[in-house]
Design a protein around this ligand. Structure first.
Ligand code: MG
Length: 243
């Protein structure tokens, strides 16, 4: 035993003679051990996900003014009701992996930004655009999958109107210094129907229709908000994992 210890001590102090290629155990890391979860299966979320809408209840959502969420819940989906405003989660979130499914109306009404417009607002501020851009032209930094007025999606992966589509979003919240200045911008990756359309981009600030406002410091936990833009866009199967 003593000889064995001496042998390992010799190995450790003689890295120049015995390179790590010769002693693979030196580069094995055994901690931390990843937590075991059950991955999702089809539309079922992973076992460690927070389910925000499973088709039955809007208990986790509210109107931004604090009242009840004013969208229609029917047949396992939620649909924008014109004039009833945005909906947002009661709970706040920071860094997340988000899965959300959306559908623009099968009956095409309007054009450009007026056709199946809604939006996924991370932390109530940073919009990943939801829009029917299947054979519908608009400014690319405002089309489906854009970070509105900031980042054009890498490709247009839209399905026809009336079909369900998915966004899988990996989001890192911005961080702020004690004095309120920006420490690090929000980072975003988006897969649209399984296709990478935003690749770890830096969000420049809150999404606005006009202008490009700078960041304003906010707490790390903020609601996920879905936009009411008059058009009856539907959502289902919304879940996230806190990172
Ligand atoms: Mg929108």
């Amino acid at each position: 035993m003593k000889n064995l210890n001496l042998f390992f001590a010799f190995i450790l102090v003689s890295g120049s003679v015995f390179s790590q290629e010769w002693v693979p155990v030196l580069t094995e890391q055994w901690e931390p051990v990843p937590k075991i979860i059950t991955p999702g299966n089809g539309s079922a979320p992973p076992s460690d996900a927070i389910v925000l809408f499973d088709g039955s209840s809007m208990d986790q959502w509210e109107n931004p003014d604090g009242g009840p969420a004013g969208w229609e819940v029917k047949d396992g989906i939620i649909t924008v009701v014109k004039g009833n405003g945005e909906i947002q989660t009661k709970k706040g979130f920071g860094d997340v992996q988000l899965h959300i499914e959306w559908r623009t109306p099968a009956e095409v009404v309007g054009e450009g930004q007026g056709r199946g417009n809604s939006g996924v607002f991370l932390q109530q501020r940073y919009e990943v655009q939801v829009l029917d851009n299947y054979e519908n032209i608009t400014y690319p930094n405002g089309q489906a999958g854009s970070v509105y007025k900031q980042h054009i999606p890498l490709v247009n992966a839209c399905l026809p109107p009336g079909e369900w589509q998915t966004y899988d979003i990996i989001y890192t919240a911005p961080r702020f210094n004690e004095n309120g200045t920006l420490f690090s911008p929000a980072k975003l990756t988006v897969l649209h129907n399984g296709v990478l359309i935003q690749n770890h981009i830096s969000i420049k600030g809150p999404s606005e229709y006009i202008g490009q406002p700078p960041y304003e410091a906010h707490d790390i936990k903020q609601s996920l908000m879905l936009q009411e833009h008059s058009n009856p866009v539907s959502y289902r199967n919304i879940w996230l994992r806190e990172l």
